[in-house]
Design a protein around this ligand. Structure first.
Ligand code: NAG
Ligand code: NAG
Ligand code: NAG
Ligand code: NAG
Ligand code: NAG
Ligand code: NAG
Length: 450
C-alpha cells in the first residue's frame, strides 16, 4: 500500500504529513493498493484534477482507472482492462520490484500489466493532464496511459494510427485512407456511420492526402486532425475542462465541465440525429428519434430478444421462394434501411421497382423515392430508421397471409418500445460474475460513461 511505504521509510513526523497530504502523485517500486482499500486513491495529480485507483463498475466488479476528481458523477477517463474488471476481494495493483505495474485478480492471476521492466528506480506518476506514466531511474518514459485510451481522449492526448476509442460495438479510429471514422462492428454486420458514407472525403470538406494520422483535442476546445477535420466545442476558449468520449450509444461528443456545479455539458456531438448511428435497433429493427430514441419492429416481424434491441427483429413467417407463394408490400412512410442494396435503378415507377423485388427471391423489401424514381431493393435489413427528413418510403415484402393478419397488428401500439442509453449498458454492463448481472447495476455502470 502506498501510504505504508511512507511509514516504513520516513520518520514519524513525516508520516502525518504523508497521510494528511494523501495526494501522492509519484510512487516508487514496491508501492501497491489493495482492493480492500479502494476508497483510497493510488495516485492524485499535483493539481488534484485527476485521481487513479479502483472504481466499482458493477456488482463486486472493479476496474483500475483514472477519473476526474471533482465531478458530480464519477467520470472515468481510462481503465487498465475495461472489458475484464477484477474481483472486489483480493485484487491488487502494484509497481513491483521489476518495475512492472501489475493488476492482479482475486486468485493472483495477472489481469493487466504495463510490461515495463527497468527495475530499481522505476516510478509511476499521475500528471496534471490525466496521463499516468512510468519512468525508469533516468527519467526516460517507458509507458503512458495516453497511448492506450479506452473510450475517452483528454485534451492534448493524441489519437494516432492504430489507436481506437472503443465503447461496446462502437469505435473511433483512423481508417486506411487517413480519415477518422466511427464504426459499428456488431456480431452480424459492421458499418461506418460517420462521416456520412453518402459523401466522399472531399464532399465532406476534407482531404485524405495527409497520412500522418494524428488528431488531438486542444486546450481551447478544438478537435483537430491531420486530414483537415476541424471541430470546435460550442464553448471554445481556454480555462474549461473538456473530454472527447465515445458513448454506449455510439455517438462521439465533446463534454465541457461546469466547474461551479460539477456537471458535464455536451459542447459538440458528431451525430445530430441519433438514428444515424448504426446497429442501435439490430437486424430488421427501425429506429425513431422523437425526441428520445425508440426502436420498433416492422409489420410481420417481432423482437427477437425482449431485453435487447441489438438482436433486432425476427420475421414471423418462413421465407420461401416457391413461385406459388404470393407477396404484398406494406408501405412504411419516410423510412429506410441504410445500405445492403441488391439492385439500384433510377427513374422507374414504383410498380416496376416492386416487380424487381418480386422477381428476386432474396429481396425483403425496397426503398423508393417518388420524384427521382430511385429504387433500391434490399436483401438484409439493417440500420432501419424513420425520419421526417428522409425523402422516401420503405416497402416491406410480406407473404399475403401475413399481410391480412397484419392489418390488425399494425394498429397495436405495443410493438414499439423505448430504448434508453442504458439499454446498451445492459449488454455492456461490466459485471465480475455475468450470472449476477442485474439491470440496475449495469445502468449505473453506463451512467458513469455518459
Ligand atoms: C482466476 O480468476 C479469473 C477471474 O475469475 C478466472 O478467469 C481464472 O480462470 C482464474 N484462474 C485460476 C487459475 O483459477
Ligand atoms: C499533415 O498534418 C500534420 C498535423 O496536422 C502537419 O503538421 C503536417 O504539416 C501535414 N502535412 C502535410 C503534407 O500537409
Ligand atoms: C453552471 O452551473 C451553474 C449552477 O447550476 C449555473 O448557474 C451556470 O449558468 C452554469 N454555467 C454554464 C456555463 O452553463
Ligand atoms: C449544472 O449546470 C448545468 C448548466 O450548465 C445544468 O444543465 C445542470 O442541470 C446543472 N446541474 C445541477 C445538478 O445543478
Ligand atoms: C417455419 O417452418 C418451420 C419448419 O418447417 C415450422 O416448424 C414453423 O412452424 C414455420 N413457421 C411459420 C411461422 O410458419
Ligand atoms: C434496373 O437496372 C438494371 C441494372 O442496371 C437493368 O438491367 C434493369 O433493366 C433496370 N430495370 C428497369 C425496370 O429499368
Amino acid at each position: 500500500m502506498a501510504r505504508l511505504l511512507c511509514v516504513v521509510i520516513l520518520p514519524l513526523i513525516t508520516v502525518l504529513t504523508c497521510s494528511y497530504a494523501s495526494a501522492q502523485w509519484v510512487l516508487s517500486t514496491g508501492s501497491s493498493l489493495s482492493i480492500e482499500n479502494h476508497k483510497q486513491t493510488f495516485l492524485t495529480s499535483p493539481n488534484s484534477d485527476f485521481s487513479c485507483g479502483f472504481q466499482e463498475v458493477g456488482g463486486n466488479a472493479f476496474s483500475f482507472s483514472i477519473w476526474f476528481t471533482n465531478t458530480k458523477e464519477k467520470t472515468i477517463v481510462w481503465s487498465a482492462n475495461p472489458k475484464a474488471p477484477v474481483n472486489g476481494h483480493g485484487s491488487k495493483v502494484m509497481l513491483n520490484h521489476e518495475g512492472n505495474l501489475v493488476l492482479t485478480d482475486v486468485n493472483g492471476t495477472v489481469n493487466w500489466d504495463s510490461k515495463t521492466s527497468s527495475g530499481k528506480g522505476t516510478t509511476v506518476a499521475l500528471l496534471d493532464t490525466g496521463n499516468l506514466i512510468i519512468r525508469d531511474s533516468t527519467g526516460a518514459l517507458l509507458w503512458q496511459s495516453f497511448s492506450s485510451p479506452t473510450d475517452t481522449l483528454l485534451p492534448l492526448q493524441p489519437l494516432t494510427k492504430g489507436i481506437k476509442l472503443v465503447s461496446g460495438y462502437y469505435s473511433l479510429y483512423f481508417d486506411n485512407d487517413n480519415v477518422l471514422r466511427l464504426m459499428y462492428d456488431g456480431p452480424e454486420i459492421s458499418s461506418i456511420y460517420w462521416p456520412s458514407a453518402d459523401y466522399t472525403v472531399f464532399q465532406n470538406g476534407r482531404t485524405n492526402y495527409n497520412s500522418s494520422r494524428n488528431a488531438v483535442l486542444d486546450t481551447e476546445g478544438y478537435f483537430l486532425s491531420s486530414y483537415g477535420l476541424n471541430i470546435k466545442a460550442s464553448d471554445w476558449g481556454a480555462g474549461i475542462k473538456r473530454r472527447l468520449t465515445i458513448g454506449y450509444d455510439g455517438n462521439l461528443r465533446i463534454y465541457s465541465l461546469n466547474s461551479s456545479n460539477g456537471s458535464w455539458i455536451v459542447s459538440w456531438e458528431a451525430i445530430a440525429e441519433m438514428c444515424n448511428v448504426h446497429g442501435l435497433c439490430g437486424q430488421n429493427g427501425i429506429c425513431e428519434y422523437l425526441p428520445s430514441l425508440k426502436c420498433s419492429c416492422p409489420p410481420g416481424y417481432e423482437m427477437r430478444d425482449p431485453k435487447n434491441w441489438e438482436r433486432g427483429c425476427w420475421p414471423q413467417f418462413n421465407k420461401s421462394c416457391s413461385k406459388t407463394e404470393e407477396f404484398e408490400f406494406i408501405k412504411l412512410p419516410q423510412t429506410d434501411f441504410y445500405g445492403f442494396d441488391l439492385t439500384y435503378n433510377t427513374s422507374i415507377t414504383l410498380e416496376a421497382c416492386k416487380k424487381i423485388c418480386l422477381d428476386t427471391c432474396s429481396c425483403s423489401g425496397l426503398t423508393y423515392k417518388t420524384g427521382s424514381g430511385f429504387c433500391y431493393t434490399k436483401a438484409v435489413l439493417f440500420n432501419g430508421y424513420s425520419s421526417p427528413n428522409f425523402p422516401g418510403d420503405y416497402y416491406i415484402k410480406l407473404p399475403k397471409n401475413i399481410v391480412s393478419k397484419q392489418s390488425d397488428l399494425t394498429c397495436n401500439p405495443s410493438i414499439t418500445e423505448i430504448v434508453q442509453g442504458s439499454a446498451k449498458a445492459v449488454m455492456w454492463g461490466l459485471q465480475y460474475s455475468r450470472r449476477k448481472e442485474s439491470r440496475k447495476e449495469s445502468t449505473q455502470a453506463g451512467k458513469a460513461h455518459d
